[in-house]
Write a protein that binds this ligand. Structure first.
Ligand code: GLU
Length: 493
């Protein structure tokens, strides 16, 4: 048997550290066994998937030194490797399930489902589809489908008993069928959900080992059923522990930067970041903490993979990165600094901003310190302003962040247009509106032009600075976040 593994990111935003973490383990596992590592793009969420995001995932994984043997950008014998190019396969397989009575059409309206969920929740039950459309008369169903009535296709799940499956890291896991929902397999837009697509693809791409995040454990029974219904062998599954914030919650960008690009921009070395991610789920037999990818492959053994909840600790990562930096020869050090940002192409972007403001070269560095280096420390006091209170500053920063999170083209003029219309919608004078943003981005009240600075810093650093500025202002409670989210949606609507 040839070992085949895959990583299957959804291109719905920034290239996430979690994707690199999963890619690392899948890639190392395939290499260890002389097999192949596949990159598959799971873009069945049509509303959220973008091709820009797909490209940044490719770039970020390559920057980290992770290469795939097959994928949407390089092709391979099991293509296509992008789910939106494989719709025929899912439609065909869903039809087979329906034909055999293993899946069924469901016409329930969103209103009915919401009502059902409410009733179940207030009765203290786990929300779950109640099988309303399960026994529908065949002719009735055909008539409704033919008349174009919106519907989904759901998985048929046993009423009682339990599902037991093997997890390569945790052993046997048992989940009662009562806890498994009659999962939607095909949405009303005709697109498959993750659950159908992942099973069809893993099978058709001959994937032998699935190493993925532990958040999928509860979905395994649905996948077990699908493999049984199709009569296919199931690959071995290993659910790796998720990266955590220091309070043990799932690592999220609200607490820690999660975009690989952020780490690149801050000057982490990819090999150090990769080494750190390896330590999150595995340890060397001799407990050595510093090791390269090839050494990891050499020593890789599933028994040494852990299921504990690894805390992503920036201080430890900084220490490790420092070890790598100190290990470079002087010439490699200079090359790496140049690769990072001190290079002609990158500095050229600054020339239009600084040349006209320079009388002596010695004045250059202080002007660009916050662009090439960290922003100065900011506190509540940095936000004191004659026209705006703290809550105004928080509201502006929150809404700017929401706007920037969906900004696809990160260029000066586009950023300017987006934020100018936001200020108008919020009915705040543009000059005032810019104040908290200046502070958040540069740590100062006066800096080089704001929009050029944001363009230079890039999306990830800019957004992280805004997030930490919100923290410097005392942060936002869950309740306030929800209130601001609603206010933002109203502006938008
Ligand atoms: N698209 C899924 C994700 O992004 C993949 C999960 C899996 O590896 O099966 O988490």
């Amino acid at each position: 048997m040839t070992v085949r593994t895959r990583v299957a990111p959804s291109p719905t935003g920034d290239p996430h550290l979690g994707t690199a973490y999963m890619a690392l383990f899948n890639c190392a596992f395939a290499k260890k066994h002389g097999g192949q590592f596949v990159l598959r793009i799971e873009d069945t969420d049509q509303a959220r998937s973008t091709t820009e995001s797909e490209q940044v995932i490719f770039d970020a994984l390559r920057w980290m030194g992770l290469e795939w043997d097959e994928g949407p950008d390089i092709g391979g014998p099991y293509g296509p490797y992008r789910q939106s190019d494989r719709l025929d396969h899912y439609t065909k397989h869903a039809a087979e399930l329906v034909e055999r009575g293993q899946a069924f059409h469901c016409f329930c309206s969103t209103a009915r489902l919401a009502e059902l969920r409410r009733a179940q929740q207030s009765a203290g039950e786990t929300p779950r589809y109640d099988g309303h459309c399960l026994g529908m008369d065949e002719s009735d169903k055909v008539r409704r489908v033919e008349s174009g009535e919106a519907h989904v296709i759901r998985l048929r799940v046993p009423d009682d008993g339990e599902c037991t499956f093997e997890d390569g890291l945790r052993g046997a896991i048992t989940i009662p069928w009562q806890q498994v929902d009659m999962q939607v397999l095909v949405k009303s837009d005709g697109y498959p959900t993750y659950h159908l697509a992942v099973v069809v693809d893993d099978h058709q791409m001959d994937i032998t080992h699935v190493l993925r995040g532990e958040e999928w454990i509860s979905s395994v029974p649905k996948h077990v059923l699908l493999y049984q219904y199709f009569g296919w062998d199931m690959p071995s599954h290993y659910h790796l522990p998720l990266l955590r914030n220091s309070d043990q919650t799932k690592m999220s960008k609200r607490r820690n930067p999660t975009s690989i690009n952020y780490y690149q921009r801050c000057g982490y070395l990819p090999e150090a970041l990769l080494n750190y991610l390896a330590l999150m789920g595995w340890s060397m037999p001799d407990e050595r903490e510093i090791f390269g990818f090839d050494e990891m492959v050499e020593a890789l053994d599933v028994d040494r993979m852990s299921t504990g909840a690894p805390v992503f600790d920036t201080e430890k990562l900084n220490w490790l990165n420092g070890q790598y930096i100190r290990g470079l020869s002087s010439s490699a050090f200079m090359d790496r600094v140049a690769d990072w940002a001190i290079n002609r192409a990158r500095l050229e972007e600054l020339v239009p901003l600084i040349q006209e403001r320079t009388e002596r070269f010695i004045d250059l560095l202080p002007q660009v310190d916050y662009l090439l280096g960290e922003r100065a420390e900011i506190t509540r006091a940095s936000f004191v302003h004659k026209g705006l209170g703290e809550s105004d500053c928080l509201r502006i920063l929150d809404h700017v962040l929401r706007t920037l999170e969906r900004t696809r083209v990160w260029q000066r003029d586009d950023l300017f247009e987006e934020l100018k219309s936001l200020a108008e919608a919020m009915d705040v004078k543009f000059r005032d509106f810019l104040f908290p943003l200046f502070v958040a981005v540069s740590g100062r009240e006066i800096s080089l032009p704001l929009f050029d600075s944001m363009a230079f810093l890039g999306s990830d650093l800019t957004r992280t600075r805004i997030r930490t500025a919100i923290d410097a202002l005392g942060g936002l409670s869950k309740k306030e976040t929800r209130r601001l989210e609603r206010a933002f949606q109203e502006l938008d609507g």
